[in-house]
Design a protein around this ligand. Structure first.
Ligand code: ZN
Length: 178
């Protein structure tokens, strides 16, 4: 079938990028569907379901999620015999690249905000797993009692968290400037 011919993928659309896209969607089916899509020029949802052995309605659901983010393009044709629509799907490599960049920028922004927050605040903590670390100003109002477990709040050394956050921020910055 002509639509199943393999085409050479653009060089920047590497394995890692595709896996990351799939991870964003958070399931193993998405990874398998991307895997099939990246090897063909165009393919119908029926064919994807056959190749991946994922149920057709799930294949369609995932495809429409990709479609919502413009990660795939869609072409409709009509089946000569049944008169039903056939949907042909293909990857949009440049959109995928942009999608990944946006995800990274978004994560970087969040990490920077968190890093700033950790640096700007002195934290107090009761050491009970599941309880929150409380900034000094709030801890003072609580007279240094944990509002959840009522234990005494002690100063919490967040140097380690700051170090880890700073490293992640640096790594993402590098990736984004490449
Ligand atoms: Zn507590």
């Amino acid at each position: 079938m002509p639509c199943e011919q393999r085409i050479p993928m653009l060089s920047f659309l590497d394995e890692k990028t595709l896996t990351k896209v799939a991870e964003v969607f958070g399931n193993e089916e998405a990874i398998r569907i991307i895997d099939v899509l990246k090897g063909v020029k165009e393919i119908t949802d029926d064919q994807i379901a056959n190749k991946t052995e994922i149920r057709l309605n799930i294949v369609r659901k995932i495809l429409y999620r990709f479609y919502d983010r413009s990660l795939v393009a869609l072409r409709r044709s009509r089946d000569q015999n049944t008169g039903w629509f056939i949907f042909h799907w293909r990857l949009q490599p440049d959109q995928l690249e942009g999608f990944i960049l946006n995800q990274k920028r978004h994560v970087l922004e969040k990490l920077q905000t968190r890093l700033g927050y950790e640096k700007d605040h002195d934290f107090y903590y009761c050491s009970t797993p599941g309880c929150k670390k409380i900034p000094f100003e709030d801890a003072m109002e609580l007279v240094f009692r944990c509002p959840t477990c009522n234990k005494l709040l002690m100063h919490y050394e967040n140097g380690k968290i700051i170090k880890v956050l700073a490293e992640k921020v640096e790594q993402l910055r590098k990736e984004l400037s490449e």
